[in-house]
Design a protein around this ligand. Structure first.
Ligand SMILES: Nc1ncnc2c1ncn2[C@@H]1O[C@H](COP(=O)(O)OP(=O)(O)OP(=O)(O)O)[C@@H](O)[C@H]1O
Ligand SMILES: [Mg+2]
Length: 275
């Protein structure tokens, strides 16, 4: 067992056999720490959805291993339980049930896991609030916009507080503003709920809003890039700037203008940033 939330070891998936065999995943070795927010990019057919399906135990590898939250997925005793409670899926098309209200759709994955109907409703209402759609609890999917439906789908994916959220082009069917909102929401959930998120996207901007970009090609991961946080970059630049130096040097003239409390806070901040 490792501390990774996700670990794939020589993960390979071959569809078909003989001449027509397709190597959808070719020796993929990747680790993701708990709480990471990862984008998966790459051209159509490179294996992104296949990888996501393997991570969610929706499909079996041809060879190699997939570990998620300490479980070897090939050895799962309760696959349905794993799919229902350890992972949450968000697909490009939200797949909401058209005859159920927003709240009822969110309750679906809780059936059989949360015994009391009252608790299921309370959780659904809480999640509606989290995704900013509390007033739409009793609306049917066709009474909601595309972006709102996708937010309901995200709430549904979070129903059982999964450790891992897998999103396959969740913004693909949306206009760019709704897409941005969905991404901001996923980022927020990553921060507030501590959920590890892997999102497949074709959109560079979307990918840059995550912490890490995995780029795939022909079933392989060809690039693993950490996105640096612009705010953190700016703060670090400040820490090593002349102003940062001044703050650290209490005898510097400009610091005479700053109150002792302010100076103490600034010193603490700059010292931390320079570590
Ligand atoms: N069930 C299947 N049977 C046979 N081949 C498949 C199957 N599913 C996927 N493939 C093939 O495996 C390769 C990877 O497919 P995958 O769906 O993972 O690509 P993708 O990166 O998600 O592409 P896209 O961006 O178009 O969604 C493709 O060549 C595809 O044709
Ligand atoms: Mg795909």
């Amino acid at each position: 067992m490792s501390d990774w939330l996700i670990e794939t070891i020589h993960l390979t998936k071959i569809y078909g056999s003989g001449e027509t065999a397709i190597r959808a995943l070719d020796d993929v070795n990747v680790t993701v720490a708990p709480g990471e927010f990862v984008a998966i990019m790459g051209p159509s057919g490179c294996g992104k959805s296949t990888l996501l399906n393997m991570l969610g135990a929706l499909d079996q590898p041809t060879s190699g291993e997939v570990w998620v939250a300490g479980e070897n997925l090939a050895k799962l005793k309760d696959v349905d339980g794993f799919r229902a409670s350890t992972v949450g899926f968000v697909f490009q098309l939200h797949n909401l049930l058209p005859t159920l209200t927003a709240a009822e759709n969110i309750e679906v994955p809780m059936q059989g896991r949360v015994a009391s109907a009252r608790k299921r409703r309370a959780r659904a209402l809480h999640l509606l609030e989290v995704v900013g759609l509390a007033p739409r609890a009793n609306h049917l999917p066709n009474q909601l916009s595309g972006g709102q439906r996708q937010r309901i789908a995200i709430a549904r994916a979070l129903a059982n507080s999964p450790k891992l959220v897998l999103a396959d082009e969740p913004t693909g069917a949306l206009d760019s503003q709704s897409g941005d909102e969905i991404l901001a929401l996923l980022g927020e959930l990553n921060r507030s709920e501590g959920a590890t998120i892997a999102v497949v996207t074709h959109d560079r901007r979307v990918a840059q809003s995550t912490q890490r970009i995995l780029r795939m090609q022909d079933g392989r991961i060809v690039e693993d890039h950490r996105v640096s946080d612009p705010l953190e970059e700016d703060l670090r630049a400040l820490a090593f700037s002349k102003l940062g130096e001044t703050i650290l040097n209490p005898n510097d003239a400009p610091m005479q203008e700053v109150s002792p409390e302010e100076e103490a806070i600034l010193r603490k901040l700059i010292e931390r940033l320079r570590q």
